[in-house]
Design a protein around this ligand. Structure first.
Ligand code: FE
Length: 166
């Protein structure tokens, strides 16, 4: 009996050590470093969870109404899930029926970059992270005041940090 327990303990600790060693860690993630990143997609592929990789690096779109931040109203800051760059304040988020979390402005002008996207026979403005160029979503001109913009974002590309309660 005692030997059995010892074996179970050994198996458990080996599993935990293995999981820790092989858990994907992201050395590029930082909430303070604003240096631009140039990391090849083949490297990101080994670091990022598959769902995030597909959206952030290959431009996939998460299914409407399924994202974790779509119907989400907490106060705090949204960061890039790939690199930790600050992207949006929760105060710029607004309720929408489009199916994705939407904001009327980024946290600062160069937090994001803009790119013409002519896929699917449309012309849209793609929004990428200003630090790591992760695909975040698109910006449209049908947002509310004060900007009239709707930054339509994939939840999976965002990383939310609530304000600390004092
Ligand atoms: Fe980023």
């Amino acid at each position: 009996m005692k030997k059995g327990l010892w074996l179970i303990g050994l198996a458990l600790s080996t599993t935990i050590l293995y999981a820790q060693k092989h858990a994907p860690s992201n050395p590029y993630y930082s909430r303070t470093d604003t240096t631009k990143l140039q990391v090849p997609d083949k490297v990101w592929k080994t670091i990022l969870p598959r769902e995030l990789y597909l959206v952030a690096r290959e431009g996939a779109t998460e299914t409407a109404f399924t994202g974790k931040y779509y119907e989400f109203d907490e106060k705090g800051t949204y960061y890039c899930a790939v690199c930790g760059n600050a992207l949006f304040k929760a105060t710029a988020k607004f309720a929408t029926t489009c199916g994705w979390p939407s904001f009327f402005e980024p946290i600062r002008t160069n937090a994001v970059t803009y790119h013409t996207d002519r896929s699917y026979n449309m012309e849209r403005t793609e929004v990428k992270c200003g630090r790591c160029e992760a695909h975040l979503g698109h910006v449209f001109e049908d947002g509310p005041e004060p900007t009239g913009k709707r930054y339509c974002m994939n939840s999976v590309s965002l990383d939310f940090e609530p304000f600390k309660k004092k």
